[in-house]
Design a protein around this ligand. Sequence first.
Ligand SMILES: [Zn+2]
Length: 357
Amino acid sequence: MEKTLFPGYTIGPDAYDDIAAVCPAFGKKAAVIGGRHALAAAGDAIVKAARDAGIEVIGPLWYGGEASRENMDMLRPQVEEADMLFAVGGGKAIDTCKVLAHETHRPFFTFPTIASTCASCTSLGIVYNPDGSLREYSFSKIPPNHVFINTQVIADAPDIYLWAGMGDTMAKYYECTISSRNDTPAHSDAMGIALSSMCAEPIMRWGRKALDDCRAHTVTHELTEVILGIIISTGLVSNFVQVDYTTGLAHAVYNGFTVLPSTEANHHLHGEVVSYGILVMLTIDKQYAERDKLYAFSRSIGLPTCLADVHAKPEDLAAVTAKALAGIDVRIYPYPVTEQMIVDGIMEMEEYDRAHR
Ligand SMILES: [Zn+2]
């Protein structure tokens, strides 16, 4: 069976006004669940908009700080009292509600308060252990019923989320197109791959200005476009394509760097390291024109372009490349990827970076 569903969305500083148009058809009671910062930033506005729409609110409830089974069990009684769920936050709070909605067969609506991942648009839920390690993927075919994107809330959030989110978003295009290169994709995959072109070029066109606007807490056309790229374009691609096409060598490289204590100690974000992975991936794939374009963009906004930028050294590479190939990321790829190939790609990137810095 194919996965082909996609959510509608409302975007703008007054996006929550649309709750009245969308949600009452799904019931009378909504449980509002979110992250602490997310609820502080948007909780009151969401509750007010829900009440104005004649919807009774349970909460707002803090999701517990981790997308864990334990927190889901804690929230289940309130969820079962509600007709629908309002998920407020970035990634983990949204995933907590998503899995609860799927398991209790309730409609759910998402309210992203940062633009960092596509979690608020996708059907896939990720469940973690209380210590933060990955527990399981919760696969479902049901994405949110609607995504309410308040651009002012996102413009007021710390800009590093948008910054790193751009890196992860651009990976979607390059990984999708490379991973599927030797296949003849079926309709749903082909739709997603076609949509993935919306994940790179618009980010490079508007990203610099969008980041400046986010720093100034000002909603502009450019910032709106980048938010849509990170949340909606990327989310739709994830909902359409099979898992082997949504990942690739950039994420393999990211996974590789997670073994280094220095990556964690220096708080490098997922999308930040992934964006470096794209440069390595394009170098290995000999897409030099595209690599150079991305390099210039990454330099312009301060995304990493060399090992030192991610606090790594050439002597770390044996451990990095072994871990990079331990996952499923390049299981479907147009050619076999070896550890030596990744080392060579990284060292070639080092040369290029030295010559262009
Ligand atoms: Zn990612």
